[in-house]
Design a protein around this ligand. Structure first.
Ligand code: SF4
Length: 98
């Protein structure tokens, strides 16, 4: 094998390696995000399109994920959405209490 061909093959191998590393750089953050979700971290209000008012009669106080506050009208929390949650709120994860 002459030097020119050998250098060309080496360069090709280097480029393939760089492409593989670039692919891993995308996959690793996605894996970390999934791991955080499995670790029990809550979603943000904006990601879940949370609003402080009901939508089509659906509200947090009637959702299986809602954890009531000190009184029926006080804000509570949610098992899947971070922060203070109004009993009159709503988000896209709404699911009826069984
Ligand atoms: S999942 Fe959404 S609708 Fe249900 S309690 Fe949490 S914030 Fe409210």
């Amino acid at each position: 094998m002459d030097d020119k061909l050998q250098r060309k093959l080496s360069r090709r191998s280097l480029l393939k390696g760089a492409a593989s590393l670039a692919g891993m750089a995308i996959v690793v953050p996605l894996a970390l995000t999934s791991r955080e979700a499995l670790a029990g971290q809550k979603a943000s209000k904006s990601a879940m399109q949370y609003q402080d008012k009901p939508k089509a009669g659906k509200k947090c106080s009637a959702c299986m994920q809602f954890v009531p506050g000190k009184s029926a009208s006080a804000d509570g929390t949610c098992k899947v959405v971070a922060g203070s949650i109004s009993p009159h709120g709503y988000c896209i994860a709404w699911a009826p209490k069984s």
